[in-house]
Design a protein around this ligand. Structure first.
Ligand SMILES: Cc1cc2nc3c(=O)[nH]c(=O)nc-3n(C[C@H](O)[C@H](O)[C@H](O)COP(=O)(O)OP(=O)(O)OC[C@H]3O[C@@H](n4cnc5c(N)ncnc54)[C@H](O)[C@@H]3O)c2cc1C
Length: 406
């Protein structure tokens, strides 16, 4: 007898969605991905850099027909360094330095492209906006708006995977009162491209002050503020600068804010008062910096209901200080796929229960640690920067070297 294949509908075609498309396909499921964006992202203007940990890299490689491509599109981050900036004197002092760090830096769009291109195009429905769903026994029916024709269609499956990001509409169905927690700060972000002016004063200056650029994840801590930067492939520097401020109003349901000329001029003035001139210049000479509002969410008590399951930022919105978001999405997908494979499509809820049992304790601790790290670095934690037993280094993050798999 031919074994029945399960059909999974994944909402969201970003990192968590494409990762789940890999693992569910490998687990023997038919997969359909609904994504509201009209086409696959190329060099997305909102995308920048991210750090991949060894475990996530190994997992990604196991999904790919050409695993070596992951090394080709990433640069090593083998040092994790925290340093203090004394703004008045414009000097820096090393606080911590971990030389056994083993991350790799990548562009969001390169990682997304690598994962997406290794999947059949036919499983993706771009320009399809998820509207609502109903659950009936083991069937889930999903209503979707086809953006081009404005027609509403219904798709039926055995499993609904919510990979629709930190503002998840699917999560809202189960947790209508859940609110994201504004961190107290926003992040200026940008990519400084020095591919055509490698010998400029700005580039020689930053390389002199930060000689390990190209292999180091630098954190600079000022008074009630901090920044992070590292080099990306093709002569670019990815930087993020966290600024304490009241919560801005979100427009278009996006955590990325549109930046006016006035905001940019103010930012340019402020960088000079805080950072050493070499770093300030990189920030000021970056074209099209953007502003992210930083949220997270108190850990959820559950991440599945019947045959609907949350993954990625939908399951655990987090602040970026632990470099977790993408790594957590990859781990979620891997564990979900393996649990469903083990239990088979006829026992979806058993598989989802195991997924929740494995992932929930890990992501809860990581979200809370990342929150605390951010608050300490932004001077918002009353215990202050040197609170006992709390390390600034990335290696202190719970489950840092390996999170449990199936
Ligand atoms: C364009 C883009 C660029 C990014 N760049 C970076 C980066 O440079 N560095 C970094 O660390 N992180 C970046 N991220 C975030 C990072 O990918 C995520 O935080 C993390 O990997 C978790 O991913 P996710 O798939 O859970 O959520 P997200 O990446 O937020 O993806 C959610 C997806 O769901 C889709 N979606 C939402 N609602 C609906 C709906 N109703 N119907 C259909 N689709 C829907 C969204 O369009 C989006 O593609 C970026 C995300 C995006 C979307």
């Amino acid at each position: 007898m031919v074994k029945k294949k399960g059909k999974a509908i994944i909402v969201g075609g970003s990192i968590a969605g494409v990762s789940c498309a890999h693992t569910l396909t490998l687990a023997g499921w038919d997969v359909l991905v609904l994504e509201k964006s009209s086409e696959p992202p190329a060099r997305s203007p909102t995308g920048a850099g991210l750090g991949l940990d060894p475990q996530a890299r190994q997992i990604i490689k196991s999904w790919l027909p050409n695993p070596h491509l992951l090394d080709q599109i990433t640069l090593p981050l083998s040092i994790d360094q925290n340093q203090e900036t004394e703004s008045e004197k414009k000097v820096t002092r090393v606080l911590t330095r971990d030389e056994s760090f083993d991350f790799r830096a990548a562009y969001w769009s390169d990682i997304h492209g690598l994962l997406y291109n290794a999947l059949p195009e036919t499983i993706f429905l771009w320009g399809h906006k998820f509207l609502s769903f109903t659950q009936d026994e083991s069937i889930v029916k999903v209503k979707t708006l086809v953006m081009e024709t404005q027609e509403t269609i219904e798709i039926q499956g055995d499993l609904l995977v919510a990979a629709d990001g930190c503002l998840s509409l699917i999560r809202k169905t189960f947790l209508p009162d859940l609110k994201l927690r504004y961190s107290g700060y926003c992040a200026w972000r940008g990519i400084f491209d020095f591919s055509e002016n490698e010998n400029s004063e700005t580039v020689t200056g930053i390389k002199k002050e930060y000689p390990d650029l190209g292999k180091c994840l630098y954190f600079d801590l000022g008074k009630q503020t901090h920044s992070v930067f590292y080099e990306l492939l093709n002569k670019k520097i990815n930087w993020i600068w966290y600024v304490n401020q009241p919560e801005p109003e979100l427009r278009n349901k996006s955590v990325t804010l549109k930046v006016s000329q006035e905001m940019m001029s103010k930012m340019h003035q402020e960088v000079d008062t805080i950072w050493i001139p070499e770093l300030a210049r990189v920030m000021k000479e970056t074209t099209d910096p953007f502003l992210n509002v930083i949220y997270d969410c108190d850990p959820l008590e559950r991440i599945f209901w019947g045959n609907v399951v949350l993954v990625g930022d939908a399951a655990h919105p987090t602040t970026p200080h632990g470099l977790r978001s993408t790594n957590m999405s990859v781990l979620d997908a891997e564990v979900l796929g393996k649990c469903l494979e083990k239990c088979g499509p006829e026992n979806v809820s058993l598989g989802l229960e195991e997924y929740q049992r494995i992932r929930l304790p890990v992501v809860c601790e990581q979200v809370l640690y990342s929150r605390r790290l951010g608050r300490i670095k932004q001077g918002l934690d009353h215990d202050g920067i040197r609170s006992a037993g709390f390390g600034l280094e990335q290696r202190n993050i719970p489950f840092f070297s390996s999170a449990p798999l199936v």
